[in-house]
Design a binder for this molecule. Structure first.
Ligand code: ACO
Length: 329
């Protein structure tokens, strides 16, 4: 029998503290009007100082486990997509394993920036349809507030904290991941385009690096914007071709939630009407690897994504990395 990888349950968790655009007006030279017009963001969630990515991820994972009606010991692998790991090592996935009591799992992190969750889904799909695994937990989780320079108005208004999780399970029913595609282009592995220079083996964190904010996000927003608007439609079209599915058949498009203008441009280029494009960037900002899974979980809970629906997820991020997944729920 042919095997498929289906989304058996999802969960998401956002910290309670809300940071509004008006709050940011008191921190940097910006305005609510500028942020809304250029990004569509109204507010974002901020984790407390003592909260790490695994804490948010454990909350989200517990909900996904509950919604999938499984026991944590059924999980055979944990993949956590994040660029804000609790520690360089052990992996955040190992902390999540401890937090949810998934004693039978192997665990590792995926570093693919904002595309990380779809990298995880792609891997889970391959491992499940090959017959090697039956149940994999895929998480996208970030605590961006710890890597943002709160004095840099170019970046600090854009990001937020949060986590989402999915239980991916083997099934013989033709549903779940219909087609998946991930890609990257290391020619854009440019720390000034998008990245954090200090904290790795190239440039350890020194007091000089801290003085120059090199342990915080650097970004050329205009260039990233142009790349996102080009790469996401290309990635989405690739999975549609792979699955031989027309864009008209899509019930819901969930693009990476970085900026409302990018989201709308991606929908327009693909020819997806606005009412079929999911948006929550206004509430949470860019939660990097977590955006698409938080959005999918919300859409399912709101009834915007129902059993049988065709949902198209598409992301891009630093690396550059990108990915797209077509799901039949
Ligand atoms: N408030 C007020 N003014 C600001 C702010 C702010 N928060 N930030 C920048 N400006 C100013 C700039 O200094 C600039 O002023 P200048 O003309 O005097 O130099 C002016 O606003 C316009 O700046 P632009 O960069 O041209 O503005 P743009 O319309 O491109 O919007 C933005 C900037 C929102 C960053 C946009 O380029 C964007 O969203 N880019 C994509 C970012 C993104 O998707 N990042 C995802 C990263 S994914 C990952 O892997 C983590």
């Amino acid at each position: 029998m042919k095997r498929y990888a289906t989304i058996a349950g999802t969960g998401s968790y956002l910290p309670e503290t809300i940071l509004t655009n008006s709050d940011l007006e008191k921190m940097v030279d910006t305005s609510d009007e500028w942020i809304r017009q250029r990004t569509g963001i109204v507010e974002r969630r901020i984790a407390d100082d003592d909260v790490a990515t695994s804490d948010l991820s454990v909350h989200a994972s517990r909900l996904a486990i509950k919604n999938a009606h499984i026991d944590p010991i059924d999980i055979e692998m944990i993949l956590v997509a994040t660029v804000t790991p609790d520690t360089v090592f052990p992996s955040t996935a190992c902390y999540v394993q401890q937090g949810i009591g998934a004693k039978n799992a192997s665990a590792m992190d995926i570093s693919a920036a904002c595309a990380g969750f779809l990298y995880g889904l792609d891997l889970a799909n391959g491992l499940i349809i090959s017959g090697q695994y039956n149940t994999i937990l895929v998480v996208g989780g970030e605590v961006f507030n710890k890597i943002v320079d709160w004095k840099d108005r170019n970046t600090c208004v854009l990001f937020g904290d949060g986590a989402g999780a999915a239980i991916v399970q083997a099934t013989e029913e033709p549903k779940g991941i219909i087609a998946s595609y991930i890609g990257s282009d290391g020619d854009y592995a440019d720390i000034n385009l998008l990245g954090i220079p200090a904290g790795g083996s190239r440039m350890p964190v020194t007091s000089e690096a801290i003085d120059n904010n090199l342990n915080k996000i650097q970004m050329n927003g205009r260039e990233v914007f142009k790349l996102g608007v080009r790469l996401m439609p290309e990635a989405a079209q690739r999975v549609l071709r792979k699955a031989d599915v027309s864009v008209d058949d899509i019930d819901l498009l969930i693009p990476h939630q970085a900026n409302l203008r990018i989201i709308e441009a991606v929908g327009d280029r693909l020819g997806v009407p606005r009412e079929k494009v999911y948006v929550n960037v206004d509430k949470y900002g860019n939660t990097s690897a977590a955006t698409v899974i938080i959005a999918l979980d919300e859409a399912i809970r709101q009834g915007r994504a129902k059993p049988g629906d065709l949902v198209l997820l598409v992301t891009f991020g630093a690396g550059l990395t990108w990915g797209s997944t077509l799901l039949r729920l």
